[in-house]
Design a protein around this ligand. Sequence first.
Ligand SMILES: Nc1ncnc2c1ncn2[C@@H]1O[C@H](COP(=O)(O)OP(=O)(O)OP(=O)(O)O)[C@@H](O)[C@H]1O
Ligand SMILES: [Mg+2]
Length: 506
Amino acid sequence: MSEYIGAIDQGTTSTRFMVFDHDGNEVARHQLEHEQIMPRAGWVEHNPAEIWERTRTVIKTVLTSSKLSAADLAAVGITNQRETTIVWDRRTGRPYCNAIVWQDTRTDRIAADLERAGHADCIRHKTGLPPATYFSGGKLKWILDNIPGVRADAERGDALFGTPDTWLLWNLTGGINGGVHVTDPTNASRTMLMDLETLDWDDELLALFGVPRAMLPTIAPSSNPQAYGHTNPDGPFKGAVPLTGILGDQQAATVGQVCFRPGEAKNTYGTGNFLLLNTGSDIVRSQHGLLTTVAYQFGDDKPIYALEGSIAVTGSAVQWLRDQLGIIAGATQSEMLAGQVHDTGGVVFVPAFSGLFAPYWRSDARGIIIGLSRYSTNAHIARATLEAIGYQTRDVVQAMEADSGVKLDTLRVDGGITANELCMQLQSDILGVPVSRPVVRETTALGAAYAAGLAVGFWSDPDELATNWHEDKRWEPTWSEAQREKGYGRWKKAVARTLDWVELDD
Ligand SMILES: Nc1ncnc2c1ncn2[C@@H]1O[C@H](COP(=O)(O)OP(=O)(O)OP(=O)(O)O)[C@@H](O)[C@H]1O
Ligand SMILES: [Mg+2]
C-alpha cells in the first residue's frame, strides 16, 4: 500500500501542496502566493487560471523534490478558501471573470435587499447563515446579473459554478475532457443555497438568488470512499490518484485538530480567524451572531455540524501593516515591534476592513484606529493590531459560550499567526484561559489529508487520528481580572464607533 497522503490547500493568499505520513507528520511541502486583485475599494478578486497554475506548480515541485510519484500517494484531499466564487465555461475551461473572493463587499446591496424584503429568517433557518456579503449566493447572483452571456450559458449547463475545491477538482480530473463537477457539504453550506438538513440545493433559495440548478456541482461526502474521481495522468500528478477528500479550510482545520466530539473547538489564525465548535449531529441555531455550518460528513455517516465564529481580518491586518502602512518588513516583525512597548498607550485598532463579521454582521462598519495621542508610535499600532486579534476572538468566544452553554476551558489554536508568541500570550490574557498549540500547525492541510485517508482505509477511524495530536506549547493568562475587563470595555467602545459608517450608495 502507498505510504503517504497528499493534500492541496488552496488558501486566500497562497496555495500549498503537502504530503503526510501515517503518523500525521509532514513529509514535504511547497507553497506559492497568488495576486490579490483589488480593482476598487471593497472589491477583492483572484485569477482562477493563476490559482490552477500555482496548484500544478506546487504539486510538481513537491513530487520532484521529495522523489515521490503518484504511486506513493494512497489518496489526495483538497481544502480551500470557502465562499470564493468562480464561474467558468465547461466547453473551454475558461472563467468568465475573476473569482469574487469571500472578503469582497460589492454585494452589500444584494444582502440588504434580502433583509429588507423579509427573507432573512427563511435564509437563516435553512442555511444557518445571515444575509451578508460573505457568502457565495450573492456573489454568484452578481456574476449572473453583470457578466454578459453567463446567465444563458448557465441555463444550458455550460457555465459552471464552483468554489476553489470544485474548480481544482474539475481541472485535476481532466477539465474539458471529462472533469467532474462536485463539491462537499462543508463548502456547499457556505453558498447560502444549500439546506442544512437535506444537504441538497434548495429550490426556494435558488429562486431567491436567480441561480439555475444546472450550473451547480453535485454534493458528495467530505470523505468519499467512492472517490470523486482520479487525477488525470496528463496533469501534475502524472498518474491516477484517487481524490477522496474535500473540506472547506476551516472545517479541515477542525478535523486536523481532531475536534470529533461535541463540545470540542479550535481557533485558526490566518488571513482571518475562525472558531469552530463541534455540535455533533445537532443543528444548533445561534442566538448570538454565530453561523451554523456543516463540520464534515464522512462516508455514509450522518453529517456533523458546528457553530462558527468567523472574523474577517486578523492576519490580513498584519499584512496591511506591512503592505499599506509599511511599518514592518514582514509578518514576523510585528512581534518585535509590538514588543517594544508594554501596552498600546490607549490605542485601539478595529480592522473592520470588510465590515464586521461575527458576532456583529455589520457591513456598514469600517476600520478605525482610535485613542491616538502625540505619544502614539508605530509600536503602539502594531501592539493594538495583535490585541485586536485577541479581542475579536473574545467577542466570538463569548457568543459561543452563550449559544452552547459550554464554558471554554482551553483554546486550541493553529495557523500562521500562532507563531507569534506575544500574540498568543495576549490572547490568553484577553480571554483569561490557557491557549494550546499543537506540534503540527498546518492543521488545514492535515485535515484534508485525514478526510482523504479515512476514505481509502489509510486510517481506520477518527479515534486513530486523535493519537496523532500532540501539544507543542501552552500559554497561561497573566493579566488581572480588572485589567482584562478594562481592556475589553475599551474594545467594545471602539467597536461601537466603527458602525453605521458606510452608506449603501457610497
Ligand atoms: N509571526 C507572525 N505574526 C503575526 N502574523 C503572522 C505571523 N506569521 C504569519 N502571520 C500572518 O498569518 C497569515 C498567514 O497565516 P497562514 O499561513 O495560516 O494563513 P493562510 O492559511 O495562508 O491563509 P489563507 O489560507 O487565508 O491564505 C498572514 O496573514 C500573516 O500576516
Ligand atoms: Mg489557510
